[in-house]
Write a protein that binds this ligand. Structure first.
Ligand code: NAD
Ligand code: DAU
Length: 368
C-alpha cells in the first residue's frame, strides 16, 4: 500500500492521474495538493469524502506545510506535477515559471530529503518528477526523435525552467541519494485540459464561433499522447523504474498543428450533422448552420521562439517499463471531443475570470 502526495493535483494531468490511481489502486491513500492557480480546478477532482482521497490547498514553496503533510500522512511517494505549464504565458511573464518550476521543485526536494533521508533509511520511497520533452529543444523534419540521451536545449522560459528542475532532481539523487525518477513526456490531450492549450482551445472556440488562431504557417509538429497513457507511464515508472533514471514517453503520433485543427473541425462538423441538439446548444458554431468550422481558421503571428518539431523515441520506456500507449489517436480524440461536449459547464467555469482577461490583454478580444 502506498501513501501518495500528488502535487498539481487540480491541474489537467494531475486530476487525470488522481482519478486513474484511485480507480486502479483503491487500497492506496492519495493526498492531492494544489495552489489552485488559474489552471487548477478543485472541480476536476473527486469530492471530499471519496474513499482514499483528500485534497489540500497549499503551495509547493511552503516547506513547513509540505513537511507537516508528509509526516502526518506518512507519505512514501511524491508524484510532482505542480508547475506553470503554458509556453505562451512563460513568454509574457517568466517569473512565475522560475518561482514554481525551479524554486518550488527545489523546495519539495529539500523537504523530501529532510523527511525521508535525515532520519536514516526510511524504507522504499520515491520522488517522481513529471517533466516534458520541451527540455530537448526543437527537431528538424528529418532529425531522429528525442531519447533520454538527447542533450538539453530548452528554447522557451517554460522549457528552461523545467530543464532546471530536471537537473535539480537528478542532483538530489547523485548527491544525497534521494530515490528519484523522471519522465519526459510529449504533448498530452484529453479531459480536464484547460482551454488555453491547442486542442481544447480549438474545440471551445469552434463551439462559440470564435476564430481558431493557428500560429505561423501551422506546420509545427507535436507528438500527441492521450493523458491516460501518460498516467500509465508514470504508474509503470513508480512500479518498475530504477532510482536515478529518466524515461522519455510519447505517442509515436506526430501531427502538424494545422492538420490537428482541420481534423477537429471535421469531427465537430460531423457531430453537429448527426445531432440536432448540438445545433441548438451551440448556435454560434458554423456547423450549427451546416457550414464548416474550418471557416474559423485564422493564421496569426507566430509564437516567439516557436519549436518546430517534437517527437519521442520511447524505446527505453517500452523496454524497461513495458510502456505501450493503449489509446489510438482516433479513439482518444473521439473521447476528448465527447467529453468537452458533455462538460460545457466545466470549461465555461474554468474560463471565467483571470484567463479571459489575460487572453484579451495579449491577443485581443476576438480569440478570447
Ligand atoms: P496544468 O497547468 O494543467 O496544471 C498545473 C497545476 O499545478 C495546476 O493545478 C496549478 O494550480 C498547480 N500549481 C501551479 N503552481 C503551483 C504551486 N506553486 N504550488 C502548488 N500547485 C501549483 O499543467 P498540466 O498540463 O497538467 O501539466 C502537469 C505537469 O506535467 C507539469 O509539470 C508539466 O510541465 C508536465 N507536462 C505536461 C504536458 C502536457 O502536454 N500538458 C506534457 C509533458 C509534461
Ligand atoms: O511537449 C510537451 C508540452 O506540451 C508540455 O510540456 C506543455 O506543458 C504543454 O503546454 C505542451 O506545450 P506546447 O507549447 O506544445 O502546447 P500548446 O497546446 O500551447 O501548443 C501546441 C502547438 O499548437 C504549438 O506548436 C503551438 C500551437 N498553437 C497553440 C495555441 C494555444 C497554435 O497554433 N495556436 C494556439 O492558439
Amino acid at each position: 500500500m502506498r501513501h501518495l502526495l500528488v502535487t498539481g493535483a487540480a491541474g489537467f494531468i494531475g486530476a487525470n492521474f488522481v482519478r486513474y490511481w484511485l480507480e486502479r489502486r483503491p487500497d492506496d491513500d492519495v493526498l492531492g495538493l494544489d495552489a489552485l492557480t488559474y489552471a487548477g480546478n478543485r472541480a476536476s477532482l473527486p469530492p471530499d469524502g471519496h474513499p482514499g482521497f483528500r485534497f489540500v490547498h497549499a503551495d509547493i514553496l511552503d516547506e513547513a506545510a509540505i513537511e507537516r503533510l508528509m509526516q502526518a500522512h506518512a507519505i512514501d511517494t511524491i508524484v510532482h506535477f505542480a508547475a506553470e505549464s503554458h509556453v505562451d504565458r512563460s513568454i509574457h511573464g517568466p517569473d512565475a515559471f522560475v518561482r514554481t518550476n525551479i524554486v518550488g521543485t527545489h523546495a519539495l526536494l529539500k523537504v523530501a530529503r529532510r523527511v525521508w533521508l535525515d532520519g536514516g533509511d526510511p524504507g522504499p520511497r520515491r520522488f517522481h518528477h513529471v517533466s516534458t520533452d520541451e527540455v530537448f529543444g526543437s527537431l528538424g523534419p528529418a532529425d531522429p526523435r528525442f531519447t533520454e540521451a538527447t542533450p538539453f536545449a530548452p528554447n522557451s522560459p517554460y522549457a528552461a525552467s523545467k530543464a532546471a528542475a530536471d537537473h535539480l532532481v537528478r542532483s538530489y539523487h547523485q548527491t544525497f541519494g534521494l530515490p528519484v525518477t523522471t519522465t519526459n513526456c510529449s504533448n498530452n490531450y484529453g479531459p480536464y485540459q484547460f482551454p488555453e492549450k491547442l486542442i481544447p482551445l480549438m474545440l471551445v472556440n469552434a463551439l462559440e464561433g470564435r476564430p481558431l488562431p493557428v500560429y505561423g504557417d501551422g506546420g509545427n509538429v507535436r507528438d500527441w499522447l492521450f493523458v491516460t497513457d501518460h498516467c500509465r507511464a508514470i504508474e509503470l515508472a513508480l512500479d518498475h523504474g530504477r532510482a536515478g533514471e529518466t524515461y522519455a514517453v510519447g505517442g509515436h503520433n506526430e501531427w502538424t498543428n494545422i492538420a490537428i485543427v482541420r481534423l477537429l473541425c471535421r469531427l465537430l462538423d460531423e457531430s453537429f450533422g448527426a445531432n440536432p441538439a448540438l445545433r441548438r446548444r451551440f448556435a454560434r458554431c458554423p456547423a450549427a448552420r451546416g457550414d464548416s468550422c474550418e471557416r474559423l481558421i485564422a493564421f496569426v503571428a507566430d509564437r516567439l521562439g516557436h519549436d518546430r518539431r517534437y517527437a519521442i523515441d520511447a524505446a527505453k520506456a517500452e523496454r524497461a517499463l513495458g510502456f505501450v500507449p493503449q489509446e489510438t489517436f482516433e479513439s482518444g480524440i473521439g473521447k476528448t471531443i465527447t467529453w468537452y461536449l458533455e462538460h460545457e459547464s466545466w470549461w465555461r467555469s474554468v474560463m471565467d475570470g483571470s484567463y479571459r482577461a489575460w487572453v484579451e490583454q495579449h491577443y485581443g478580444r476576438e480569440s478570447a
